[in-house]
Design a protein around this ligand. Structure first.
Ligand code: PLP
Length: 429
């Protein structure tokens, strides 16, 4: 925080497509999609128009009791695009609340089912689900979460499938997903106390863009089913095309019991989130008035009509512009270009899933020693990139790249060239 006072602040005034412009008129590629949420670029006409049209009707009306047209239409549309079975939509306004809702729903589901002892959760080390107390409790990143430890409910942490730094010391050749055995032990020994497992599918974002090996997600899903534990997927970051498919869980044909969505839900335009659940979960909350089975949770801006109108326009664009089909050449280009980063002396690992990628910088490739975070190497690389017209944001010594899905191949090339050069300069190659 102290550094902010010393630095010249970057103040954004406007944007268009994948570019944003600061108050001095300098333009930057938005290399992190304005915090991992922009999909179609800035000032996308169709979304702007949908918001303006809705503004001509009503900007906000509460969902606590009544409903509104865009919220109803969006719920119907979401239920069509998510994996089959997730038919019920509960709105809130950001990723943390979407997950907080998911955790409360899972907990109360078991209370209604008469399994009063199922009060604990399972999560992954390095997991991130938000900054509210509940979601921090299932978060596994010490730097953010440890200090608040006394405030949390009980969560069991399973090792993250972080292959570059395998917690079980395995190499690619002797990996048979032993991390799933660890998860199984944990579930087996505590099944009577565990309400749900929550995880980010395929990509653990804030924990360092950790990309899971194939089979981990479907394996975790199967284990939760086996031990009668609800499975919550946090698709706040991975949802809406980021991984190359509409949702990450579709890569392994997984359907969770509960799914959280936010960020890209309306192209990254406005605060909106949704927690989707199966009929089985929903039905457990039905009962006579006096039974108090209701899910007592609601936020003021829940299901905001402007946000929902933007989301409907965004989902229409996915169809009209064949967004997912058009991703393949971009993903391929990113892969080829990122391969060349591996020859840099201080690039330890390069990982990619769809249009999400990360470059892990190390002081020594053989020992995989990361740069000490106090050296701020990630921040320095990002500052260097900023001078060259690219806005990115690191996670410690890990450089994160996550452009809007609308980026073109030549823009992608320019962005990756800037990052390559910036790494070379800062690591003194
Ligand atoms: N879940 C995941 C996977 C995230 O990446 C984030 C934010 O980065 C959140 C939840 C929290 O979302 P929000 O910042 O909107 O509360």
């Amino acid at each position: 925080m102290q550094d902010y006072g010393k630095e010249t602040p970057l103040i954004i005034e406007e944007g268009s497509g994948i570019f944003i412009k600061d108050v001095d008129g300098k333009e930057y590629i938005d290399g992190i999609s304005s915090m991992w949420c922009n999909i179609h670029g800035h000032r996308k006409k169709e979304i702007d128009d949908a918001i303006k049209k809705q503004l001509g009707k009503i900007a906000h009306t509460t969902l606590l009791g009544p409903s509104n047209i865009p919220a109803i239409e969006l719920a119907k549309k979401l239920a069509e695009v998510v994996p089959p079975g997730l038919k019920k939509v509960f709105y809130s306004d950001n990723g943390s609340t979407a997950n907080e809702v998911a955790l409360k729903m899972a907990f109360q589901y078991w209370q209604h089912k008469g399994c009063k002892g199922k009060t604990q959760f399972v999560a992954l080390q390095y997991g991130y689900h938000g900054d509210t107390i509940g979601t921090m409790g299932v978060g596994g990143i010490d730097i953010y979460h440890k200090v608040f430890q006394p405030l949390y409910f009980k969560t069991h942490f399973a090792p993250a499938p972080y292959c570059y730094r395998c917690p079980l010391g395995k190499q690619d050749r002797d990996c048979t997903l032993q991390c799933l055995d660890e998860l199984e032990n944990l579930l087996k020994n505590n099944a009577d106390q565990i309400a749900a497992m929550i995880m980010e599918p395929l990509v653990q974002g804030a924990g360092g863009m950790i990309i899971h090996p194939t089979g981990y997600l479907s394996g975790a899903r199967a284990l939760c089913r086996k031990y009668n534990v609800l499975f919550i997927l946090d698709e706040v970051l991975t949802g809406f095309g980021r991984t190359g498919k509409m949702f990450a869980c579709l890569h392994e044909d997984v359907v969770p019991d509960i799914m959280s969505l936010s960020k890209g839900i309306n192209g990254g335009y406005m605060p909106l989130a949704a927690t989707l659940a199966t009929d089985e979960i929903y039905n457990a909350f039905l009962g006579e008035y006096a039974e108090l089975k209701t899910f007592f949770h609601g936020h003021t801006y829940t299901g905001n009509p402007l946000g929902c109108a933007a989301a409907l326009a965004s989902l229409e664009l996915f169809e009209k512009e064949h967004i997912l089909d058009n991703l393949a050449p971009k993903i391929k280009h990113m892969q080829t270009k990122l391969n060349s980063f591996k020859s840099l002396e201080h690039v330890g690992d390069v990982r990619q899933c769809g249009l999400i990628s990360a470059i892990e910088l190390v002081t020594d490739k053989t020992t995989k020693e990361p740069y000490p975070w106090v050296e701020r190497v990630g921040i320095q690389v990002c500052h260097e990139a900023r001078k060259r017209g690219l806005l990115i944001r690191p996670l410690g010594h890990i450089i994160v790249i996550m452009p809007p899905l609308s980026i073109k191949v030549d823009e992608l090339k320019r962005m990756l060239d800037i990052i390559y050069e910036s790494i070379q300069i800062i690591t003194n190659e």
